[in-house]
Design a protein around this ligand. Structure first.
Ligand code: ZN
Ligand code: ZN
Length: 229
């Protein structure tokens, strides 16, 4: 099965490791498929504005440069490690209350999607781009300062738009996702080198972007594993 991590941050947002070194860390650790998913933060709230001020977000202005850099690294990763690298973002709607906040991975994104858009519009635009969407850390976490509960609390309204939910994020496991029988994947939410050792996804499919997206969407041949040093 393919060893995968679909949730990785670099210095393009709030990660501590440069893109190129991040690729090398995962390549040398033997990963088959990864997605680079830097934050695209909403600009319509106080904490969203702060993220922009401290350059912790990909913006409409540097989005194309970000995608080009990830594609260039993807080519290098394929040759050097036979590792597939997918272009993604984590649409991050950050508000003062956890009930209002939500993070959504958009995997295989092609054009910029503003995080201040409404949920419906974001999901429809992701679908138009033939990307897939993943609800990130959807329930209570061990670090409750990172809780984002909006999508779980409004799941009846949005679950038809969400291709998969994170059943595990770094060290946290969300049993509500398995109880609800939602499509699942598990990710490291990498921000610093030690986050390499965390929950991961195993997929039984070809090492191609389209096959990986289909496998997640149909959620057959998916397993999770705790990757430790
Ligand atoms: Zn997040
Ligand atoms: Zn993240």
């Amino acid at each position: 099965m393919l060893l995968c991590d679909f949730h990785i941050h670099t210095k393009y947002s709030d990660g501590s490791v440069e893109l190129r070194r991040t690729i090398d860390l995962y390549g040398q650790a033997g990963f088959d498929v990864i997605a680079i998913t830097d934050h695209v933060v909403n600009g319509d709230s106080l904490i969203g504005k702060l993220a922009h001020r401290f350059r912790l977000s990909v913006t409409e202005e540097n989005f194309n440069g970000y995608i080009d850099a990830v594609r260039e690294e993807a080519e290098r990763a394929r040759k050097k490690y036979d590792m597939l690298v997918i272009c993604g973002v984590e649409i991050s709607k950050n508000y003062l209350t956890t009930d209002k906040s939500a993070h959504i991975l958009v995997l295989d994104i092609k054009e910029f999607i503003p995080a201040c858009w409404g949920y419906e519009k974001i999901f429809l635009e992701a679908r138009r781009q033939k990307a897939i969407t993943v609800a990130c850390h959807p329930h209570y976490m061990s670090d409750n300062s990172r809780d984002t509960l909006y999508l779980w609390n409004n799941r009846e309204k949005y679950d038809k738009h969400i291709d998969a939910w994170e059943i595990a994020n770094r060290d946290d496991v969300f049993n509500v996702i398995s109880l609800k029988k939602y499509n699942y994947i598990a990710n490291g939410d990498f921000h610093r080198p030690r986050h390499l050792y965390s929950w991961k996804t195993l997929l039984n499919c070809d090492k191609r972007v389209e096959s990986v997206k289909e496998c997640i969407k149909h959620n057959k041949g998916v397993a999770i594993t705790l990757f430790r040093n």
